[in-house]
Design a protein around this ligand. Structure first.
Ligand SMILES: [Zn+2]
Length: 118
């Protein structure tokens, strides 16, 4: 028997318990850190768009001037996933559960990106 240490991918806390399985049989885990915003996680995700590192990259690329389709192509996830991640990240940052979200696609490019394009 081999014991594998499990850490929360959000807060790196080792205080983690098992929390049932997904429909496909994958083990789910729950972070026991009360301050952690991300309670349930898996060790192996089926979809790239669910991987915490990929979701962080979506937000980073948006902040650096990448548009939705640029981000989707580079990270090999769908444009709808990019939009969903950005909406959720904004909600988590502002802590307003039902806030209206301005159109992500018609957002003007940041000044730095526009200068480079010329
Ligand atoms: Zn956590």
């Amino acid at each position: 028997m081999v014991s594998v240490p499990v850490q929360c991918p959000h807060c790196q806390s080792p205080e983690v318990i098992k929390a049932g399985t997904q429909a496909n049989g994958t083990q789910r885990y729950q972070c026991q850190n009360g301050q952690c915003a991300w309670r349930i996680f898996l060790l192996q995700y089926q979809d790239r768009g669910r991987i915490p590192e990929v979701r962080r990259q979506v937000v980073d690329m948006a902040l650096n001037g990448s548009r939705v389709r640029d981000t989707a192509r580079v990270l090999r996830i769908s444009p709808t996933t990019v939009i969903a991640v950005l909406k959720k990240s904004r909600r988590a940052a502002t802590r307003q559960p039902r806030a209206g979200i301005p159109s992500l696609t018609r957002r003007p490019r940041p000044a730095t990106a526009r200068r480079r394009a010329r």
